[in-house]
Design a binder for this molecule. Sequence first.
Ligand code: GYE
Length: 619
Amino acid sequence: MKSKRVKIISLLLLLGFSGALYIGCNLRSSSYQEIDYVIGVSQANMREPWRLVLMNELNEEISKHSNIRLITTDATSNSEKQKKDVKKLLDYGIDLLIVSPSDVKEMTPVISEVYDQIPVIVMDKAVEGFDYTLFIGPDNKLIGRQAGEDIIKHLGKDKGAILELCGSQLSQASKDKSSGFESIISKYPNVHIKRVRVESELRDEAEDMVLSMGEQLKDIDIIFAHNDYMALGAYNAINKLGYDIKIVGIDGFNGENDGINLVKQGKIDATIACSTGGKEAIQYAVDILNKVSGVPKQVILRCHSVNQKNVTAYVENQNKPRNEYKEIIDVGYSQLGSESAWRLANTRSIKEAAKDLGINLIYEDADQSQEKQIAAIRKFIDMKVDVIVISPVVDNGWNEILQEAKDAGIPVLLSDRKVEVEDDSLYSTYIGADFIEEGRRAMRWIKENVPAEEEAVNILEIQGTLEASPTVERKQGFEEILNNNSGYEIVYSKGGDYTYAGGKEVIEEYMKTHEWDIDAIFAHNDDMALGAIKALEAYEIEPGKDVKIVSVDGTRKAFEAMIEGKLNCVVECSPLLGPQLMKAIQDLMDGKELPLRIITDEKIYTQDEAKDVLSSRKY
Ligand code: GYE
């Protein structure tokens, strides 16, 4: 294998022949230093201004690592070129690829091939499937919703007209921003949206577009632009035409003509400020290359509504000095209970990680009671802990107590389960699984393994604790796939509280009132599946054969049941959140902003592989 230095020299030689590659800014100073890793960055284009901001962030962060080099290619928005760029980078022996795909569909197979060989971080646009190491990007629907809520506030009334300047027709990000935006505005029947597309997404085309509207602008109350460059174009146009129309943009970058300055100068009224994720990409790349455990699968970036009232505070906060080093961090942790093997492993993981890092964990078990959780949080607030962590038993009813914590200046992290709150800034981050995808995976397995023939496939669903986020979302993902496939029907669905006894009872109840006519069972966790198996056996129904069973979690007991042929498929949901949670707490205490969501890496397992995998299961 070529040494890294040789690799770099061959890259430099290549540079002599083509101008297509850029070496990160830390190369020059590095000629005499040992190079441990080379990271390839395949950029979709260098035309869109925000990509230059992203490149600056990547370069700035990489300059902190003298042993790592960055090589960048520019695909000039051409997928064929991007495919070649990626191949070139691979040929030159990069150790990790960061790719921002120009066209997601075109690039997905290529990314998946690279992922077979080296780690891949996908940025900005999510690719189909999970053949990558890590995705870092924004939640564009959420950004659209946030913009919708802000615009309603700026409008100050429940009627009016909005001019929406959308991006390119090819841009999924723009589609998502629009659909999130519409989901809010459609609640106001007297607020109308006029949508126009600015194909280049650049300032001057936006300006021309708005100028060409002339008189029509009379009826517009507010302009919503999908980026700040278009917002500035809109400002230039209305300024020339002499109209006074409010403008809201997206991005909130810090450059001279970027969103934050535009808000400060009063050229636009507000922007939704989102990081490009460049800094995070390098930080995670370093962790991946150094084989640090607990790297998530997806990191969803946080965005902020910045307007003329809060822009000064926002900038101050961004530039605030790092927190003083605190020797021992006090963390109040409200765990929801001890209902399942998953939960016990989760508690163990969190306690061990805290101990390993010298974090003082004050642990409270709420025994499935939201009231007890609220009381525990109040106690933590009184104790003036540094951070509060909650695994919320249900998703609703948290607004008030989270506001109390916020007012006391104590950040709250959500571990494992989510909350439905009016204001996302009530918590710092969510660390846990993608429950919707787990539900989809379960139904995909049923679709492939229990074919629908003349008669419909009857499915019995054993839900977890009702109104808990994994229950709601697993059901949602499962039904999403089910509804797209005819011949499958959920004929019975009951909650089993995520316990062994609960799963057993659901089957017993069903047997009391029905003739057995079930083809497949979807249990929202392993414990309930195991309880159901016990009940089925008592009725002489052979689990795994007479009825196919799929469940979620991936505990050792579930693997044993698969080996015995009683359980057919397990969708993994990792409870080992301790290391990631503690890392997030340390980052937060260091003054870093956490992403909105940190999503864990998970797989699906079937009977064939159960035996091989059992010994390596950690819970
Ligand atoms: O699947 C189940 C547990 O919230 C993801 O809760 C967690 C779920 C897990 O009791 O076993």
